[in-house]
Write a protein that binds this ligand. Sequence first.
Ligand SMILES: Nc1ncnc2c1ncn2[C@@H]1O[C@H](COP(=O)(O)OP(=O)(O)OP(=O)(O)O)[C@@H](O)[C@H]1O
Length: 274
Amino acid sequence: MSGPHAEDGGADAAGVRARGVGVTLGERPVLADVSLSAGRGAWLAVIGPNGAGKSTLLRAVAGLIPAEGAVFVNGVPVRALRPRDRARLVAYAPQSPALPPDMTVYEYALLGRTPYIAYLGRESARDREVTGSVLERLDLDAFASRPLGHLSGGERQRVVLARALAQQAPVLLLDEPTTALDLGHQQQVMDLVDQLRVADRLTVVTTLHDLTLAGQYADTLVLLAGGRAVAAGTPDQVLTEPLLARHFGARVRVGPAPDGRPLVHLVRLGGARA
Ligand SMILES: Nc1ncnc2c1ncn2[C@@H]1O[C@H](COP(=O)(O)OP(=O)(O)OP(=O)(O)O)[C@@H](O)[C@H]1O
């Protein structure tokens, strides 16, 4: 996309570019000088200990909070976009948003189509088709008429993802999309996002606590600690025993999975089993 505010407007600008991002919340500096870049079809995972600033970074990239520095989506400064235009470019699934308890799963997922529906207009057949298909792919079609207040934590998490996927934006920002999910649904969600990334050349940026999952799916990892990017690179470069020990205070072993990507295991402290 190009335009009066575009950085360069060329194909190289597709995806997300953030430079020198700093955020202060209340009086507290929460992020300082963070840069990242994820082009079309790339998957970038933001990892780091609790309170490192991962969710704040995602919200800054989504253009939802003011930030120092610059965030470009498809070459356009994200804060310069009107909400409706921004929602067509960037879909953001927060970690645990407040959900209206009486709204149904279908109605909530359909909210993802809002940027395509005329003001005071009704949804089209296409909007209903996209919403129905996303619910089906997330195993939620049987829940379509259930009120949100009657769902389990994992079902709620999938509904939040469904709304973001129904948005069909080229940039997908997912904050901890798998924390409440069982093993099968973790794989289903990650594989679905991966299929969409490949098929539609989406740019995916996600925070993840599960480091093995991050290393399995992302091409690039950014490790945040204390509001700063302390490491960035391929999973092999970032998921190392010394870096994880230093920044998570965790004793881990890192070894290769059958596909060569790193697997991170916690090492039990306190000696041998009794
Ligand atoms: N509104 C706020 N005012 C002041 N500080 C805040 C505010 N919101 C968050 N913070 C602080 O900002 C820091 C970063 O928070 P953030 O939620 O981005 O961390 P995170 O890396 O996503 O953490 P977690 O892994 O626990 O989800 C934390 O220390 C948090 O306490």
